[in-house]
Design a protein around this ligand. Structure first.
Ligand code: ACO
Length: 435
């Protein structure tokens, strides 16, 4: 990184002014490199929630929140969603370029040959209660992969990193489908490597051993698109967690498990589940006629109610993924003869009312990807509690790509934020009788 410009910070407390280099990215805001601030002044910066802090340099994904633009390695998400499938998108995120046909075939062959999990993994599943949330199972089982695949855990070895990446990509659909099968009490389905990546996922989710599962190409394409749209999203909470966990040298399976745990929260990947719960709640109150009352509640800060699937830290315009997801909704509901789906009708009305409301307009709150993804997933037959697992599956490639980028960065350091301490200063422990 080279710097043509500098920022000078002056202080009113007598500390001498300090110059900091300003770096330019290929696009997006410049950054001020404040790494020497503490050494020069004895002060930290304070930025809880990372509102103004770039925590790393990255070449993978770029979001222009004002324009509503999302680029994977420079390619707009709208073009990838139309011209590529999920595995090509994975190749792109991991390698920086779209694959040629032979590269794609080779990549697919490698991924599909790793789809089985160690047979003993089934015992992990049976150790969970039947009513366990599938995300709880997924956090545990993905972390447990590191106990089975010791032979690819040397993170300094690029071949090990590659094998771990392939294993994670290949085994996530199997683990996600097993989490689903376990919760509904059906037998686990072994993967079918002659199917496409997403076709195989549907086979493992919805097939049963007593009959042949017929893969529906329209539905496979829709699910594949959901995976593409969720594949990466630069330095979001779960990705930053993966990077932070990985910065200590933890193995990739453990890091991805940490990412899955972070994704689970309703402010992040859990929002699609929360969005469907919200739609059901509005339906129970009386449906479209009650949207006005619901919006009033959302605007009342004391209610604690949010319009789930709306708002985003980075997008201050329509999330481009939400637009594609709404189109996918039309396609899937059309293919299934569910054009009059009440959730979809309610969501579209809710979106229309919110986008005309001053509260949302002023705060630039638009639908995010989760607003429509739950409706598509439900139509595909995916149970609500599995939605975030599908998101985790899709995002695994982004987490791995970001983790691998961090590990190969020669400037990489353990992530160690500082704090503004406001607790008690040094004091003396009194014996029990004097407290
Ligand atoms: N409903 C109602 N009000 C909202 C919403 C919402 N969904 N989102 C933001 N606001 C309001 C806030 O209350 C705040 O109002 P104020 O300025 O009067 O205090 C203002 O808009 C700014 O919001 P912040 O919370 O400061 O925005 P932040 O960037 O911290 O949060 C977040 C972004 C977490 C996504 C938030 O918009 C939210 O909770 N949305 C609902 C959950 C959701 O859909 N999450 C999915 C995100 S996308 C993803 O992870 C795939």
């Amino acid at each position: 990184m080279t710097s043509e410009h500098k920022a000078t910070i002056s202080f009113s407390d007598g500390t001498a002014p300090v110059d900091f280099p300003i770096y330019k990215g290929s696009v997006g805001p410049d950054v001020i490199d404040i790494r020497k601030l503490y050494g020069a002044t004895g002060k930290f910066t304070f930025d809880p929630g990372f509102l103004s802090t770039a925590a790393c340099e990255s070449e993978i994904t770029y979001i222009d929140g004002d324009k509503g633009e999302l680029l994977y390695r420079g390619y707009p998400i709208e073009e990838l969603a139309v011209h590529c499938d999920y595995l090509e998108t994975c190749y792109l995120l991991l390698n920086g370029e779209l694959p040629t046909q032979p590269e794609r075939d080779d990549f697919e062959m490698r991924v599909m040959r790793h789809t089985m999990v160690h047979e003993q993994m089934t015992r992990f599943f049976t150790g969970f209660r039947r009513d366990a949330h599938p995300m709880a199972i997924l956090v545990g089982c993905v972390g447990a992969l590191s106990a089975f695949y010791h032979d690819s855990l040397d993170i300094q070895n690029p071949d090990h990193r590659f094998v771990s990446a392939i294993r994670l990509l290949a085994k996530m659909p199997t683990l996600v489908a097993m989490a689903h099968k376990y919760s509904v009490g059906q037998p686990f389905m072994y993967p079918r490597n002659n199917l496409s990546y997403t076709g195989n996922l549907m086979h493992m989710m919805f097939g049963v051993p007593c009959e042949e599962y017929q893969v529906n190409d329209v539905l496979v394409r829709a699910l594949d698109r959901i995976l593409i749209l969720h594949a990466d999203h630069e330095q979001n909470a779960s990705t930053s967690t993966v990077r932070l966990a990985g910065s200590s040298g933890a193995n990739p399976f453990a890091c991805i498990a940490a990412g899955i745990a972070t994704l689970w929260g309703p402010a992040h990947g859990g929002a699609n589940e929360a969005c469907l719960v919200m739609l059901n709640d509005i339906k129970q109150r009386g449906g479209v006629a009650k949207i006005g009352d619901f919006i009033k509640e959302v605007k009342d800060k004391d209610s604690g109610v949010k319009l789930m699937g709306f708002g985003h830290r980075v997008y201050k315009n329509y999330d481009p993924r939400a637009k594609l997801m709404r189109e996918t909704c039309y396609e899937v509901l059309g293919a299934l003869g569910l054009e009059n789906d009440p959730d979809f009708a309610l969501a579209m009305k809710l979106e229309q009312i919110a986008l005309e409301d001053d509260y949302f307009v002023k705060r630039k709150l638009y639908p995010n990807v989760d607003f429509y993804s739950g409706i598509v997933q439900k139509a595909l037959g995916i149970p609500v509690e599995m939605f975030t697992c599908i998101f985790a599956l899709a995002r695994t490639v982004g987490w791995i790509a970001q983790w691998a980028e961090m590990i190969s960065d020669p400037d990489q350091k353990i992530g160690r934020p500082r704090q503004l301490f406001t607790g008690p200063t040094r004091r003396v422990v009194k014996p029990m009788a004097q407290r």
